[in-house]
Design a protein around this ligand. Structure first.
Ligand code: NAD
Length: 239
């Protein structure tokens, strides 16, 4: 068994997801965080043994195998470009990624292995399958996707809601979206199919954001050393 740890760069390290990634990676001997990148110059250069860098210092980070990015769309471009330049893997959960950035991901996948996903939880992967099946089995029913998140979340509908909507479209439904921003809700996705006199309701509730961080760390470990290409979370789960 290869015991060399996968060297990680964590981008967006001071955010809610970044902090969860740093905490969980520190508990895993198969992972070594060699750089944590934060937006502004850090007050402390080394925290818990992890070197910290400002986003403006990205080109000077040490060698790494995979970058994990949970930031904002404007932070996404430079870290993807760095991975392409260094031939490193790229894992991103940043949502609000538009069509031009999707095209940049497709182009980058010619040279590096990468995963961009709106949700790294296993439960949501299963929910997406159930939504597609329900949509295919209930032609003509109304399909509504209601997502709830904490008040700090900037994009709406959530990336996960849009991914679930794509599954509904695959099954033949025409989904509508509603978004709630309230309190400290980590993430809830409710998909309702309404017919005449009956409804089917499917729901996923995240009660801890560690599920996303664990999934992203697993994917990063699996991505290291793979052939270039654009992978899905489900390609690497159980690997
Ligand atoms: P957050 O606001 O707590 O953290 C974002 C971090 O990104 C901040 O520390 C900020 O300083 C940093 N940042 C912003 N611009 C930057 C730049 N230009 N360069 C470097 N760093 C920059 O947000 P969060 O809750 O941690 O979520 C981060 C992203 O991840 C959001 O897009 C969110 O929707 C997404 N998210 C995805 C999943 C998933 O499973 N895919 C799960 C949770 C959150």
């Amino acid at each position: 068994m290869d015991e060399t740890p996968t060297r990680l760069l964590i981008h967006g390290a001071s955010g809610r997801m970044g902090q969860a990634l740093l905490r969980l990676a520190a508990e895993d001997p198969s992972l070594q965080v060699v750089a944590a990148v934060v937006r502004r110059p850090p007050a402390q250069r080394v925290i818990d043994g992890v070197p910290h860098f400002a986003a403006s210092e990205l080109s000077g980070v040490p060698p790494f195998d995979v970058a994990i990015d949970f930031s904002l769309p404007e932070g996404f471009d430079p870290v993807l470009a760095l991975c392409v330049a260094r031939g490193a893997g790229f894992v991103s959960g940043t949502t609000g990624i538009d069509a031009s950035r999707q095209a940049a991901l497709d182009a980058a996948a010619a040279g590096i292995p990468l995963v961009w996903a709106t949700n790294f939880s296993l439960g949501v992967a299963v929910l997406a399958e159930l939504v597609e099946r329900a949509a295919a089995s209930l032609p003509g029913w109304d399909c509504d996707i209601v997502e709830s998140h904490h008040v700090h979340k900037k994009d709406a509908p959530s990336g996960t809601a849009l991914t679930l909507g794509e599954s509904a479209v695959q099954g033949g439904a025409e989904p509508r979206y509603a978004s709630l921003r309230a309190g400290d809700i980590i993430g809830e996705h409710f998909v309702q199919f309404s017919g005449l006199g009956e409804r089917v309701e499917l729901v996923h509730r995240a009660s801890n954001r560690d599920i996303f961080a664990r999934g992203a760390l697993h994917v990063a470990r699996q991505l290291s050393g793979r052939a270039p290409g654009r992978y899905r979370v489900r390609d690497l789960v159980g690997a």
